[in-house]
Design a protein around this ligand. Sequence first.
Ligand SMILES: [Cu+2]
Length: 127
Amino acid sequence: MRLIQPTAAVIVLLSGLLMSSLAQAHPKLLSSAPAEGMEDLTPARIELHFSENLVTQFSGAKLLMTEMPGMAHAPMPVKAKVSGGSDPKTMFITPAAPLTAGTYKVEWRAVSSDTHPITGNVTFKVK
Ligand SMILES: [Cu+2]
C-alpha cells in the first residue's frame, strides 16, 4: 500500500501533463487575410495562419459564397485550390477565378500532430 499510493499519484500527474500537452497541440486560427469580418478588394488568395504545424493530407478548406450585393442566398461553393505554404502553419485557398463582389465564407479543417480535426470559419466581403 505504501508503494502504490505514490505511484498512483505519479500516474495522475503524468496523465494530466499528457492531456495538457495534447490540448496545446490543437491548431488555433491565429489570423487570416482577409481577416474575419473585413471588406477587401478581390484577394488573389486567402491565407490562414495557425498556431500549430498542419498535417496537410487531413487539413483543408471549402470556400463558399453566401451573399451577393444586396441578396443573401444559399451558400454556393466556389472553385478554389487549397495548399500549404512553406510555413507548415499556413494554409492558402486560391480561387480558380477572381472573386466577384459579395460575402464569402471559408470553412476550414485543421489537423496537427495529435490528429484531432479542429474546424472553424472566416467570413469576409469582397467589394
Ligand atoms: Cu486533440
